[in-house]
Design a protein around this ligand. Sequence first.
Ligand SMILES: Cc1ncc(COP(=O)(O)O)c(C=O)c1O
Length: 374
Amino acid sequence: MTLFNVYPLYDIEPVKAQGSYLWDKNGQQYLDLYGGHAVISIGHTHPYYVRKLTQQLKNIGFYSNSVKIPSQDELADKLGKLSGLKDYFLFLVNSGAEANENALKLASFYNGRKKIIAFSKGFHGRTSAAVAVTDNPSIKAPINFADHVQILPFNDVEAVKKAVDNETCAVIVEGIQGVGGINVATDEFMRAIRKACDKTGAIFIHDSVQCGYGRSGKFFSFQHSGVKPDIITTAKGMGNGFPIGGVLIAPKFEAKHGMLGTTFGGNHLACTAANAVLDIIKKEKLIQNAANIGDYFFENLKGLAGIKELRGQGLMIGIEFEKPVGPIRNAMLFEHKIFTGVAGTHTMRLLPSLAMTIKEADIFLDALKKVLAQ
Ligand SMILES: Cc1ncc(COP(=O)(O)O)c(C=O)c1O
């Protein structure tokens, strides 16, 4: 058997990682400003995280959701306190797509409706309901195209006011679009969604899979706009690489046995990883660090020749170049040994660990200046 070849790969094989660094099998060191798609939140192989997971693995690694798993309650309590959403419920899953799939299903169970509003350049995952609300026909199979989905222009307040009506089940939006190119939702747009949902009984779903968990400099990016969604989905940074996702559910929803379910969601190891991540985020004040280092990046990138636009919040940064980004990223990786991400043809995506230091930011900035001057 061989692998189903769906991923274009770099000829690099990391065998070790620590903090913001990776090492390949030849001992070559790389600075990581991508975190494997925004997943590495507290830094690679944090000693506390490794210790907690090792201990848990020795005790019990898995049992299903038919028994008591106290680390799930611990996680709900910690997440409620740290995010400021103490009165929300938590449903645990394994990935971002699964979180959105359950969020959409829950919204539809709640109000009995099926029309969903989503936005241009939005990305919500590759499972059926999630991909149906994703604005990218190239990743939809014929069974994924759905009549009940309407895609509106992102940040268009008037379009929201017009489209959300008494038949709308839910509005799903990323507070900062990741795959779409680091586009930040305006406060006005977020408030318009909240208002339209309140008026019509539609459910406001905030996809925080990429922009959540402290990355924007607040726990959730919608907290910059002062709104409260009805359902919030999260994954990526939640387990620092251990697969886990979550659906945060407002108090107005009522759970029924059998309504939602999963085999692996909320297992012992996943909860241990997620609890360790929250402990470190709190102890090391990583949300504040993300805000500070993010500001440092913006101050130092502003005005650099070759940059057309800077977008983002905290450590979710999009650098749109005047020229195609491909050769710039290749030079950063192969000449300067720095991993970065991409969106579209001209935008570099930075999604480093929330523990990134000024010194590491400077290494990136010096390298980028050299590449742009070439
Ligand atoms: C905003 C957003 N939602 C959902 C997903 C899907 O997450 P996963 O790949 O864990 O299914 C992603 C992944 O990139 C994402 O960026």
